[in-house]
Ligand binder design. Structure first.
Ligand SMILES: NC(=O)c1ccc[n+]([C@@H]2O[C@H](COP(=O)([O-])OP(=O)(O)OC[C@H]3O[C@@H](n4cnc5c(N)ncnc54)[C@H](OP(=O)(O)O)[C@@H]3O)[C@@H](O)[C@H]2O)c1
Length: 333
């Protein structure tokens, strides 16, 4: 079988390896589709917040078919269609440091033909989704679900602001609309703005034309601000200026750099925002199961940008780096 590995000093390399055998509590999954995103670029560039084990198999979003199970496995059987969970040890409850072993950084991930996973680290995938569609869920959709559902209650009619048209924000938009929210989105181009509107965004702001976009958000909400900001891109100061008092900023990540991106936060701004800033770490197995139920009931379909074959992962990453895409970048095995 073939696996990508991150070899110190050599970057991404392909290895021919022996097929692993599942031990007690383990399942062997024939990976049928995976997905890459901005996170993988950070991992490759060595500026990801979690440690990266030398020689690790990268990739944290993978789905496939169970081909063999080890002793005492009861949750799944050979033939089941499953998705890997990004934090295999985080089953439920709040995120804790002891559950931080993440696929594709601290432990082997899914850019491989066969992945050895724990039985607790896989969940079934919704029947109406193909493998390629389901590969969009494990990181981006679970993160969006956690952002929308684990903080303040999201009531119908609440206003949600999603930043950029990355995969997390697209799922946040789709799921917030299902919950009856009004959604304001930001993006970098008019073409992406049209696609966001087609997905249900009520208002879209071009952040290149309006670098102080919080002023537009305030104007659109009668100066009140939004109930929830899903912020995977920054700058956080603009999110804090956009959120209503007692609202919440789900702080997911920081894609932008320089003047538009990560900047020091003024403590006065943080104080006066009067909102909760909640760091999101993807989600637990329980979050994934809840998400799957919502995806099933509403027959939600992820937005797929492009599909690359397994041997073209470097091209897929290059496409991701361009920032031109809209939706998930899928790797088909
Ligand atoms: N905390 C967590 O659990 C978690 C989970 C998943 C992802 N993340 C983080 O959240 C961020 C977004 O992830 P994602 O998977 O949604 O990203 P993605 O699908 O790769 O999309 C990134 C989006 O950011 C915008 N962008 C702006 N400047 C960019 C640039 N220079 N290069 C690339 N994209 C640029 C683009 O949309 P526009 O043109 O519309 O602005 C682009 O579509 C990343 O930092 C990632 O590491 C965190």
């Amino acid at each position: 079988m073939k696996s990508y590995r991150l070899d110190p000093g050599h970057g991404l390399t392909v290895h021919d390896e022996d097929e692993p055998k599942p031990g007690r509590g383990q399942v062997l999954v024939g990976i049928r589709a995976a997905s890459v995103g901005f996170r993988d670029l950070m991992v490759l560039a060595g500026n990801y917040p979690l440690p990266i084990a030398p020689g690790v198999v990268p990739g944290c979003e993978g789905v496939g078919e169970v081909v063999a199970v080890g002793e005492d496995v009861t949750r799944v059987r050979p033939g089941d269609r499953v998705a890997a969970t990004v934090f295999p040890r985080w089953l439920d409850g709040p995120f804790r440091r002891e559950n931080a072993a993440q696929l594709g950084t601290m432990v082997d991930g899914v850019l491989t033909e066969l992945a050895l996973l724990s039985e607790d680290g896989v969940v079934g995938i919704p029947e109406h989704l193909s493998y390629q569609e389901a590969a969009a869920l494990p990181l981006a959709a679970v993160t969006a679900w956690n952002s929308l559902t684990s903080g303040n209650e999201l009531r119908p009619g609440a206003t949600v602001l999603t930043l950029g048209s990355g995969a997390v924000s697209l799922f946040a938009l789709q799921l917030a609309k299902l919950a009856g929210a009004e959604v304001i989105a930001t993006t970098s181009s008019d073409a992406k703005a049209e696609r966001l509107k087609a997905l249900g965004a009520d208002e879209v702001i071009n952040y290149r034309e309006h670098p102080n976009w919080s002023e537009r958000v305030r104007a659109l909400t009668g100066e009140r601000g939004v109930d929830l900001v899903v912020d995977p891109s920054g700058p956080l100061s603009e999110s804090l200026r956009s959120v209503a008092a007692s609202g919440e900023v789900a702080f997911v990540g920081y894609t932008l750099s320089g003047a538009e991106g990560a900047q020091p936060i003024d403590p006065g701004l943080l104080f006066m925002a009067g909102a909760t800033l909640r760091r999101i770490a993807t989600g637990s197995r329980a979050h994934f199961l809840e998400l799957n139920q919502a995806v099933r009931v509403h027959r939600l379909r992820p937005v797929i940008d492009r599909v690359f074959p397994f041997d073209r992962v470097p091209d897929a990453l290059e496409h991701c780096r361009s920032g031109r895409g809209f939706g998930k970048i899928i790797i088909a095995n």
